[in-house]
Design a protein around this ligand. Structure first.
Ligand SMILES: [Zn+2]
Ligand SMILES: [Zn+2]
Length: 558
C-alpha cells in the first residue's frame, strides 16, 4: 500500500516537513521543523533566516519568507537541502525514525511543494534501517560519542512518547541497560546510543529494576530471627503508624485508624490503650508520620505531605502544641519535625514555613528560636535568607545534629546537615547559614530519600548518581562535620536503618540486605524482612503482618 504524505495529519503525518515531531539541531541552531530549515535556506540575509527560524510554525515561516529576498539559486539546491534536513531530523528523533523504519518497503509519495519528499524519505529509510539493524552502530545522531550505553531495539524503535522500561544491571559496577517489558523476561536485542540520548530515554516510565549493581559480599553467620507477637487489645490491621519509644526497651507507640494511640510492649506482649488524637486536628486518612520523644512522654503526629501536626501526651491525648506550616509546595516536602534532647531538656524542631524551621519547647509550646522574620522587603534579600525547602528531618543519635532532606529550585535535592546544639546554644540563624551547615550531596529531582546516622559524625545516604532517573542502589558515607564524602559502595537498595554495626537496607518488594559499612561488603540478606519500624534500644525491627500479628526481627550473629 502506498503511503501518501500531504499534511501533518494521519498516521504518517509526522513525515511531513511541517510536522513538529522532528526538531533537530544544526550547529548552534535549533530548528523546530524541517520546513523552517528549508525555507530559511532560500533567503539571502542572515537576519531574515533567523526570523524564519523563530517563526511559530511552518505556515508562518512561509508567510514571512514570501516578502524576503531569496538567493537566486535556491531552487537548484532545494532537493539537497531537503535531503539534508530530513536525514538530520530522522537521525535526531528516534521515535519518528522508528515509524519510518516500520513502513518496511512501502512506496512513499508526497505532493508539491514537497514533491521530492517521498523519494528522499525512502532513501533515508534505507540508511536508518541499516543502522537500526546493526548491533555495532550507535543508533543516535551522536556518532562520535565518548560514552555509549545499551537499550533494547524495541525501546529505541518505540513510537510511544512515554516509554515503559526496566533497568537491567549488567554486573559491571553500577552499569545498567534499558529493556522493554518483553525483553525484561526474554533475552534482549541491544543497541548502542550515546550517554546523553540514553539519559533522555530514561525520562520515560521506569517499571522496575532487574538485578542489582555489582557488590562485594562476605560470608558470615549474620541473620535475623523473627518472632510473631500478639498482644491483646491491638491488631496490626488497625494500625496506621508505628514508632519506637527510643529509650524504653521493647516499647512501641502505635496509632490506629480511629486516632487512638497504643503503648505496646512487644517484649512482654502487652498493649495499653492511650489517648486519642483530637478530631479534626490532623487528617487521619492521609499518610502520617509518628514521632516519639525518647522517653515516650510526648508524641507528635504529622501529616506527611500536609500542613498540620500536633504534639500530644500519648497516655492522655492532651495536646501540648499544634503546628501549621505554610502552603508553599508542602505536598512535596515531608513534614519537617523531630524531637531531640540537649542537656536533659526535651526540644522539638519543626517547620513553620517552606524555608524556616523553629525550635520549640514541646511541653510548654514556647518558641526558643526567636529571630528575624527574614522576608524580602522589595528586592532586598535579607541577611540570612534561606532559599531551601526543608523536608524530612533525621536527628542524630544523641540529638546534637540533624539531617535535612530538602531541596532547592530547579528542583535539586540537597541533603544538608547542621548542629542543633549550636542553634539552641548560640547562633539563632544556624539553621539558615550557620557555620555548621554542610551540604552533603545534591541530586536533580530527588529528595526525601533514605538516610540514616551511623554515629554522631557520619551518615549514610542512599543512591549513587546525580539525577533521580539515574540513581542506582548504593550507600554514600559522609562526615557531617566537614561535609566530605568518606566512601561509597554499590548495592544497598531501599530504606536505610543502622542496626549497629551494620547498615540494613530494606525494600518493600525485595526484602533486606545487610552491609558492613566499613568494607562495603554485603554480609547477609533476608527476603522476608520488610519492616515498618526499628527500635534503637531493643535493636529490633517490627513488621505489621496482617492476619498474624507483630513480627519482631532481631539480628543474631552466630
Ligand atoms: Zn525490547
Ligand atoms: Zn545521542
Amino acid at each position: 500500500m502506498t503511503i501518501t504524505v500531504t499534511s501533518c495529519e494521519g498516521p504518517h503525518g509526522c513525515f511531513h516537513p511541517a510536522s513538529q515531531c522532528h526538531s533537530f539541531r544544526e550547529g548552534d541552531h535549533y530548528w523546530s521543523t524541517v520546513a523552517h530549515y528549508c525555507i530559511a535556506q532560500r533567503l539571502a540575509a542572515a537576519e531574515d533566516r533567523e526570523r524564519v527560524r523563530m517563526a511559530r510554525d511552518a505556515d508562518h515561516a512561509a508567510e514571512l519568507a514570501a516578502t524576503m529576498i531569496e538567493v537566486p539559486d535556491w531552487r537548484e539546491r532545494a532537493e539537497a537541502t531537503l535531503r539534508h534536513a530530513v536525514l538530520r531530523a530522522f537521525e535526531a528523533n528516534l521515535g519518528v525514525r522508528a515509524i519510518l523504519v516500520a513502513t518496511g518497503d512501502e512506496l512513499i509519495e508526497s505532493a508539491p511543494p514537497w514533491e521530492s519528499l517521498g523519494p528522499i524519505l525512502m532513501e533515508v529509510r534505507t540508511l536508518v534501517r541499516q543502522r537500526a539493524n546493526d548491533p555495532d552502530a550507535i543508533q543516535c545522531e551522536h556518532q562520535t560519542a565518548d560514552s555509549v550505553r545499551f537499550a533494547c531495539s524495541h525501546l529505541l524503535a518505540s513510537r510511544e512518547t512515554v516509554r515503559h522500561y526496566h533497568r537491567r544491571f549488567t554486573g559491571h559496577a553500577a552499569d545498567f541497560e534499558m529493556v522493554c517489558a518483553a525483553c525484561a523476561v526474554d533475552r534482549a536485542e541491544l543497541r548502542k546510543v550515546c550517554g546523553d540520548c540514553f539519559s533522555w530515554l530514561l525520562n520515560g516510565h521506569r517499571d522496575g529494576d532487574l538485578g542489582a549493581p555489582a557488590h562485594r559480599a562476605r560470608t558470615t553467620d549474620v541473620r535475623y530471627e523473627h518472632v510473631i507477637v500478639r498482644p491483646s487489645g491491638v491488631e496490626p490491621e488497625g494500625i496506621i503508624a508505628v514508632a519506637a519509644v527510643p529509650k524504653v526497651f521493647g516499647v512501641w507507640l502505635m496509632l490506629d485508624g480511629a486516632g487512638r494511640l497504643h503503648r505496646v510492649d512487644l517484649d512482654r506482649g502487652t498493649a495499653e490503650a492511650g489517648g486519642v488524637v483530637p478530631e479534626g486536628s490532623v487528617d487521619l486518612g492521609a499518610p502520617l508520620d509518628l514521632h516519639v520523644a525518647s522517653d515516650g512522654r510526648l508524641a507528635a503526629v504529622a501529616e506527611r505531605y500536609g500542613r498540620r501536626a500536633i504534639v500530644l501526651e500519648p497516655a492522655s491525648g492532651r495536646v501540648t502544641l499544634s503546628l501549621l506550616r505554610d502552603d508553599y509546595h508542602e505536598e512535596r516536602c515531608r513534614f519537617p519535625l523531630g524531637f531531640f534532647e540537649l542537656d536533659g531538656r526535651l526540644l522539638l524542631v519543626h517547620a513553620v514555613a517552606w524555608n524556616r524551621l523553629e525550635v520549640s519547647d514541646p511541653i510548654s509550646g514556647s518558641l526558643l528560636s526567636k529571630r528575624d522574620a527574614l522576608v524580602y522587603s522589595g528586592d532586598a534579600r535579607p541577611e540570612h535568607y534561606l532559599d531551601y525547602f526543608h523536608a524530612g528531618l533525621v536527628i542524630s543519635p544523641s540529638g546534637e545534629r540533624v539531617i535535612d532532606n530538602g531541596w532547592v529550585w530547579h528542583p535539586f535535592g540537597v541533603v544538608r546537615a547542621f548542629s542543633l546544639r549550636r542553634w539552641v546554644d548560640g547562633n539563632p540563624y544556624e539553621s539558615e547559614d550557620g557555620p555548621s551547615v554542610k551540604d552533603l550531596c545534591a541530586r536533580s529531582y530527588y529528595w526525601d530519600g533514605p538516610v540514616c546516622w551511623l554515629n554522631e559524625r557520619t551518615v549514610a545516604v542512599w543512591g549513587a548518581g546525580e539525577d533521580d532517573l539515574e540513581l542506582t542502589p548504593a550507600a554514600r558515607i559522609f562526615d557531617v562535620e566537614t561535609g566530605e564524602e568518606l566512601r561509597s559502595f554499590d548495592g544497598p537498595a531501599g530504606d536505610f536503618t543502622f542496626d549497629a554495626p551494620y547498615l540494613v537496607a530494606h525494600d518493600r518488594q525485595t526484602g533486606s540486605t545487610v552491609w558492613d559499612v566499613m568494607t562495603g561488603e554485603r554480609v547477609a540478606a533476608d527476603a522476608s524482612l520488610r519492616p515498618d519500624a526499628y527500635h534503637p534500644h531493643s535493636r529490633c525491627f517490627v513488621t505489621l503482618v496482617h492476619g498474624e500479628g507483630f513480627r519482631v526481627s532481631r539480628r543474631v550473629d552466630a
